[in-house]
Design a protein around this ligand. Structure first.
Ligand code: NAD
Ligand code: MG
Length: 326
């Protein structure tokens, strides 16, 4: 199967849904709306081929290429005039959130590791062609000073900041604690926890009532995988940070929530996120019988940014195919 075929297969479900939605609205005056898509087959349920890329991995080189809603997400002005910064917005779940935010009317800044420039350019090209403002700010989030500079720059270039998505993460699977080096442990903590702290701390003074912080946790926040000891520990910290910060910021009218994905097909998984030889098992054991695609999480990020959900704060929302975690 060629890349093109893989990509076509992946988009097929979304394209059909899109067509059904259009047809549904057209027949709405004369008959019943089309049936909803079957979630078991809306995206590929085939095992993924074994593959490995050098960290941090490029989405455009994955087989199949993940679906971040590029061809399917349609906005309806829910975030018109909003200004959002998404870390890890070049690929995977962050890209899906960035695309959805832009199509809902927000101006978007995305941060990514400098070697991910090709993926970031793909997002920028797509959204700028649609007339949206996209600011690209590469840099290393393990650097505290860069975290502060990132917030200052996003604020300056967007003319404010009222949505912060702390989504970047480092994940390396290791069978045993004995194989986790101090360097790996440190990098996982710095990327997943410290950066969230530095970015939130710098952004909050710039935020007005109505702003939203959205952190990306995981099913590992409450149900750790044994081979993700360090990563799962950071995801547990992200859940508690979300709940505690929401208590502090309620008084300022700023909401803080967390999205908890289950197995989602993204670059993180092919850059050391899974143990060698395990790629074909990825997501196959969910009750839905498949891994998720980033596009399936976009709606959660939009909902948590949307001021319509004004009483929702300090909460976690899952997308995991029914694993029962969050
Ligand atoms: P991804 O690889 O597309 O995104 C992770 C991003 O983190 C990268 O694109 C990169 O830009 C960024 N990043 C990592 N280290 C960085 C650094 N030092 N400086 C700057 N940027 C850095 O993979 P994803 O799966 O979409 O990950 C997004 C979030 O989803 C993460 O928080 C991850 O833990 C979470 N998550 C993913 C899954 C899954 O199965 N894919 C499951 C649960 C949670
Ligand atoms: Mg990436």
């Amino acid at each position: 199967m060629t890349d093109q075929t893989n990509r076509r297969d992946l988009f097929k479900g979304a394209a059909v849904v899109g067509a059904a939605a259009v047809a549904g609205s057209a027949i709405a005056q004369t008959g019943p709306a089309a049936a909803p898509a079957d979630p078991r087959t809306k995206f590929t349920n085939q095992p993924f081929p074994e593959q490995k890329q050098k960290w941090p991995a490029l989405q455009r080189e994955m087989k199949p290429v993940p679906d971040c809603g590029e061809a399917s997400y349609r906005g309806s002005g829910k975030l018109a005039g909003r200004k959002a910064l998404v870390t890890g917005g070049d690929s995977g779940i962050g890209r899906a959130a960035a695309i959805a935010f832009a199509r809902e009317g927000a101006d978007v800044a995305i941060n990514y590791f400098p070697t991910e420039e090709p993926d970031a350019q793909d997002v920028a090209r797509l959204l700028r062609a649609e007339g949206r403002k996209v600011v690209l700010i590469p840099g290393d989030l393990t650097d505290e000073k860069f975290c502060r500079d990132l917030i200052a720059r996003a604020n300056r270039e967007l003319g404010g900041i009222d949505i912060l998505v702390n989504n970047a993460a480092y994940q390396q699977s290791k069978q045993s604690i004995a194989e986790i080096t101090a360097e790996q442990f440190d990098r996982t903590m710095k990327t997943n926890v410290y950066a969230m702290f530095h970015l939130s701390k710098a952004a909050i003074p710039l935020m007005k009532p109505g702003a939203a912080i959205i952190n990306t946790g995981s099913v590992n926040s409450v149900a750790p995988e044994e081979e993700l000891l360090d990563y799962a520990s950071t995801k547990g910290a992200i859940l508690i940070f979300t709940k505690a910060l929401a208590k502090q910021l309620g008084k300022q009218g700023i909401r803080v929530n967390m999205v908890a994905p289950g197995p989602i097909w993204t670059p993180l998984q092919v850059a050391g996120g899974q143990l060698p030889g395990k790629m074909h098992e990825f997501g196959q054991d969910t009750p839905m019988g498949r891994a998720g695609q980033p596009a399936e999480l976009a709606g959660l990020y939009v909902a948590l940014a949307d001021s319509g959900n004004s009483f929702t704060t300090g909460s976690a929302f899952g997308a995991n195919g029914g694993t029962g975690a969050i």
